[in-house]
Ligand binder design. Structure first.
Ligand SMILES: [Zn+2]
Length: 68
C-alpha cells in the first residue's frame, strides 16, 4: 500500500480539550474574532462559546515550553 505525499499535514485541534480533529467536515465549528475553531463535540463547542478567551492564547509565550 502506497502512502500518498503528506502535503497538508496541518492538524486542527479542539481548543477546549486538545483533541485532534480528524474530520473537520463533521466537526462542530464556531467562529470567534474572525477565526474558525473546530471541536470534537458540541459539548466542547458550547464551552468555547461561553468563554472563548479561556481557550485562546492571544499572546504567544517566548520560548515554547513543551510538556514531557
Ligand atoms: Zn473536545
Amino acid at each position: 500500500m502506497e502512502h500518498g505525499k503528506t502535503k497538508d499535514t496541518r492538524q486542527i485541534q479542539d481548543p477546549v480539550c486538545g483533541m485532534v480533529i480528524k474530520d473537520i467536515d463533521k466537526a462542530p465549528a464556531s467562529h470567534y474574532e474572525g477565526k474558525k475553531y473546530y471541536f470534537c463535540s458540541d459539548l466542547c463547542r458550547i464551552q468555547f462559546d461561553q468563554q472563548p478567551e479561556n481557550y485562546i492564547k492571544k499572546d504567544e509565550e517566548p520560548g515554547h515550553s513543551h510538556h514531557h
